[in-house]
Design a protein. Sequence first.
Length: 545
Amino acid sequence: MKHSVQCSIFILSVFLFCIVTLAFILPLGKAISPLFGNSSSITEASCQYSNTAILSIIAYTIKESFFSVIIALLAGIPAAYFLSHKKLKICSLLSYMSAVPLCIPPLIIALGYISTFGMAGCINRILMSVLHLHEPPVTFLYSFWGIVITQGFYNFPLIMKTVSDSWEHLDNSQTETAKLLGASNWKIFRTITFYQLLPSIISASIPVFIYSFFSFMIVVMFGTIGGTTLEVAIFHAGRSILNFHSVAILACIETSCAFIILIIYSFIEQKNTHENELTLAEEKNKKLPLKKEEFIPALLFFCIISIFFLVPFISIGINSFITTGSKIFTFSRWKKILTMKSFYTALKNTCFISICTAMLCTLAGFVYAVFLRLRSQKKSHFLLNAILCTIPMIPMTVSSVVMGIGIIMLVKRGSPIHLILAQGALFTPFAFRQLYSSLNAIPQSTIDAARLLSSHKTDIVFSILIPYCKKSITRSIGFCFAISAGDATLPLVLAIHKFDTLSLYTYRLAGSYRLGQACVCGLILGTICMTVFSFSRNNAFRRKR
């Protein structure tokens, strides 16, 4: 009886994995199909963009992604230094910041920047009041640099976390030798430490580049006339003018660029994993108090981080309690939102979609992770291992807009089931990465012993693999829940009839210039995402202890 139940669960899991795979392949294939067949519609007959226009869009997309990475590096590397080397109370706050890009949706940071640096934001209101100005003095937000700064500071914790983890375990023998020879700290960093950290810097920069490359909400909300990204151009072609030939061309270009970046990232990560085993010290480097000469640079740095990272989140809360033209706190906006039936409908839809997506992603990621782990005992070439580990990451090369338009081309009108399947297909790589790293930590001797002692093939999965990675399963569910809840792009593209999620509801409030109400919804959404994500991580750590 036990084995029959296990077999049934295993078969169902494999079946759902196949469904998720098809949910990725079919919409992507449909989105690019106009390139390989006869057009049945005038709008599909030719691309609306000239070659020059396409090159301009590609250049703009790469440019904004590149400078977003530069901003993230300029903020992330100094933050990594303080986090890994200095004994400061504020460093615990830096550590918590590393979870923000993972669980707080881009829509929320966009709302925060509008509340802080927008034309009617708190910075402009303060400056206009103090300086007696008639026009807002801070106007960078709705420009190229507004997009870049927002994306850079939103993603800098990813750089900080990866680089600080590597920096804490560096072998300091070369650094100590250079100090004895009289080299300054800056010269040591330029000539030794930077090159030791370079693999981790590159490894952290590539995901930030991909996230910026696929950025949609921030670009739509802050975009400027004359500058558009591939993602926005695909949305316009597929949803506004129904030119699916343009969608196919732009989608192929976007996906190809992202795939090349992913291949480079996978190769670097595989290489770094091997090299780190040989080059990193076993113990963490000791953290020291802040030196006197470091006080002013540290103060300046943390002020910048506060202005461009912390203040936007704080301003969301402030704006949710202040009415237009009022300087006192009021609950009117909260009462307005909490008495709207549509808000509770969106909240219910969000919970339903996010739970289903999280479970589907975790199940699909676990199935493939188990496959890779059980075949790891076989000796295979480095290139083959890299390919097999890259396959589940391929959905990261396809954007939400392309996936959504592909579904619309297939079924004409989206539904909640389509939304769950699309999110499951796109977010499974995030679940896979967490689960596979946990399964990889299981000693091969344990698996070999289980093979010999188990009376049934499924026993190893249910008796060894699942118990070993319970904490990773919990983290994966919480992480995927947060990503799904914060996703406004797919619901926007699918345009499901009479179906709002909380993120899409927030976006529509912001788009209709009801910023205060949008801040209320955004605060609730961010709190839900952060709470579920934090609970899943803390619960996993308690289990571990």
